[in-house]
Each structure stands twice: as structure tokens, then as C-alpha cells.
Design a protein around this ligand. Structure first.
Ligand code: ZN
Length: 365
């Protein structure tokens, strides 16, 4: 794939690196990369890949730009709030580099559609924030024989790995319960913008090195603690008993069932409250979140106290837990179920779902 004069100038700063040169730049131009998630990680990965001249980029995301994401997602501006991320990302990337092709794929990736969606791409960057999609990417890459770069960020911490599930370890080898784990999205766990930026930059570099045929983190796992500046890289082993790629592919159904959380939808909860004034609705978020918005008639409870000693509630009490999404509530559910609480459940989708389905005027954050 020959380079135009314009491209030679545009990429000259990286072209002069001896290992790269015009031959390397042509490899980048011929490459197709899917970036799953155009948020804190994906937005920056996309910018770097577009800037570096990766020929074709797939932007996978769903939903709008939100005010609470702008502290780390600089691909979007304040004026973009409410706009569709994938389309806005495409427009901005083409401004950064009109020489590349950008495909906007709007919609959630699931276990059913991931394989078809990523098939046309050579490499995948997993920049999602939920285990369901991560797991779907892992399985699809195993089925298609593709290598992918996994990145994740949590508060001040980051992690990075390059998985080639067909030959080496996969996400399931590292984290066998990935599929059944609760989603600890940024909205609930919190994230420092520059921590996401650091992981995203490293992720983009790994993708570029894969295309160029350089040595990568393949088969390794990097753990980055930006608070203590403690950075570790460990070797990963392919596990015989991996539920995804292992020789003995099996799922421990009993274990998964023991993790199952009973959910109540916002509509069901509304109906129960209207009819019987029950159950007791417990807000497990931080007090400041409760002050920002909450479900009318609920009770704020200190999460730590609840999981430690039940916070004064009895095993027979009829309780519904809610948080922003549902991971914190699910944690409380499991601990209290162990303690013998029988009539408990979790509000599906948390206060976000409540605001979307029931109380539309509620403050969102
Ligand atoms: Zn595996």
C-alpha cells in the first residue's frame, strides 16, 4: 500500500524511527482495528490509532455522551452532551486524520453478535467497562483466531494484557469467573482521568506493535497502580481448566447459581410500593449520592455497616437494595443471603434505571 506525499509528511515523525520506516507505515495503513467502547479508554486509543495512520477503524459503542464522562473522554466536548458517541467519535477522528476510514458501529455487543461484528477487523482493542462484553470479545477472538488487547481501569489502578486465545492464555485463564462477575462500571467504582489515559496510551501502543510485528505483552499481564507507582508484569499460563479455552471446557453451574442475585425491575418495585407500601427500599450509595437524588420513601444505609452486621435489619425483613447500577447491591445481597436474609432483592439497573423508567425528572449523574 503506497504512501502519498501528504502521508509521508503527516507520519514523518514516526517514519524516521528506523524499525518503522515506510514499510511499517504501510502495514499500519493496511490494518483494520476494532475498538470496543469509545469511553475513557477507547476514545484515546482511537485518537492515537487514527493519528498513527491505522487504515481502518471500527468504533463500537452505544448511547450518548454524558457530562460525567467528560473529565476523561476528551474526544468529546461539552457541546456534544446528549449526542451519539459513535457518530461524534467518527467525525472527530476524521478531523484528526482524513486519510483513515472510520466505521461507526452503534449498539451493544453481546454473546450473540460480537463474532459477526468484529470479523472484518485484524485486531481488537477491548476498551469496555463490563464483564459481559469482555467475555463476549474473548470468546469471539478465540473462535476467529484473533489477537486482542485488553485494558481496564479502576480508580487509580489499571491493567493491560494482550490475549491470543487460540495459542496462549485468554481472559478466562486469568479470570475464570469473568462472565458471572458483576459489572463494576466507572460510574460506581470511580476512575481518575489520567489513569484511564495512561492505560489507553499503552493499549494503543500494544495495538500498533502488534500490527508492526514487534514484541508485545502477549501472554503477559501488566498491573499498574498509579497511586503507589507500583507497576508489575507477570507471565500468564494457559489453564487446562479454563472455562473458555481450556481442554476441559465446563462451567461450574452450581457455583454460578450460588452467585445469582434476585432482581426486581423498577416497574415491579413501583407496583409493590403503590400496593402494599412494602418492601423497605435501602439506598446503599454514598451519602452525597443520596443527597443528589434518591427514591422517595427509601432509607439510606451505610454499606459497610450493612455487610458487616446487617445494620439493625432482621433476616425476615422484606428489603430491596439499590445503588447507582447494581454491583454494590449485588455484593450486599450475597453477603446478607449468606447471613440468612431470605426476603431480599436488588433493584435491577439501580437508581439509573429508576430515573429512566419511573421518575423521569430525577437528577441524573
Ligand atoms: Zn483460557
Amino acid at each position: 500500500m503506497a504512501l502519498s506525499r501528504n502521508e509521508l509528511v503527516r507520519y514523518s515523525r514516526q517514519l524516521v524511527i528506523p524499525e518503522l520506516g515506510p514499510a511499517g507505515q504501510e502495514k499500519l495503513k493496511a490494518a483494520k482495528v476494532a475498538v470496543i467502547g469509545a469511553g475513557g479508554l477507547g476514545a484515546l486509543v482511537l485518537e492515537y490509532l487514527a493519528g498513527a495512520g491505522v487504515g481502518e477503524l471500527g468504533v463500537f459503542d452505544f448511547g450518548p455522551v454524558e457530562l460525567s464522562n467528560l473529565h476523561r473522554q476528551f474526544l468529546y466536548g461539552t457541546g456534544d452532551i446528549g449526542g451519539v458517541k459513535t457518530e461524534l467519535a467518527k467525525r472527530r477522528l476524521l478531523e484528526i486524520n482524513p486519510e483513515v476510514t472510520v466505521n461507526a458501529h452503534e449498539g451493544m455487543l453481546t454473546a450473540e453478535n460480537t463474532r459477526g461484528a468484529i470479523e472484518r477487523y485484524d485486531y481488537i482493542a477491548d476498551c469496555t467497562d463490563n464483564f459481559m462484553t469482555r467475555s463476549a470479545i474473548n470468546k469471539a477472538c478465540l473462535a476467529l483466531g484473533k489477537t486482542y488487547v485488553h485494558g481496564a481501569v479502576y480508580q487509580f489502578e489499571g491493567q493491560l494484557a494482550v490475549f491470543d486465545p487460540c495459542v496462549g492464555p485468554c481472559l478466562g485463564c486469568l479470570c475464570p469467573d469473568a462472565e458471572s462477575m458483576e459489572n463494576q462500571a466507572c460510574a460506581e467504582a470511580g476512575v481518575m482521568g489520567p489513569a484511564a489515559g495512561a492505560v489507553a496510551s499503552m493499549q494503543a501502543l500494544e495495538v500498533l506493535k502488534l500490527i508492526l510485528g514487534f514484541e508485545t505483552l502477549k501472554g503477559k499481564f501488566a498491573m499498574l497502580d498509579f497511586r503507589s507507582s507500583d507497576f508489575n508484569v507477570i507471565e500468564l499460563k494457559k489453564r487446562e481448566d479454563c472455562p473458555v479455552c481450556g481442554a476441559r471446557m465446563r462451567l461450574d453451574k452450581k457455583f454460578i447459581n450460588s452467585l445469582a442475585v434476585e432482581l426486581i425491575t423498577p416497574e415491579e418495585l413501583k407496583a409493590r410500593l403503590d400496593c402494599a407500601g412494602l418492601p423497605r427500599v435501602l439506598d446503599l450509595r454514598y451519602a452525597w449520592e443520596h443527597d443528589l437524588c434518591h427514591i422517595k420513601g427509601d432509607t439510606w444505609v451505610d454499606f459497610d455497616e450493612l455487610v458487616k452486621n446487617g445494620a439493625g435489619f432482621q433476616p425476615d425483613d422484606d428489603l430491596v437494595f439499590y445503588c447507582k447500577g447494581q454491583s454494590k447491591s449485588a455484593k450486599a445481597f450475597r453477603v446478607l443471603r449468606e447471613k440468612g436474609f431470605k426476603n431480599i432483592c436488588v433493584l435491577k439497573g439501580g437508581v439509573d434505571a429508576w430515573a429512566e423508567k419511573i421518575e423521569k425528572g430525577m437528577t441524573r449523574y
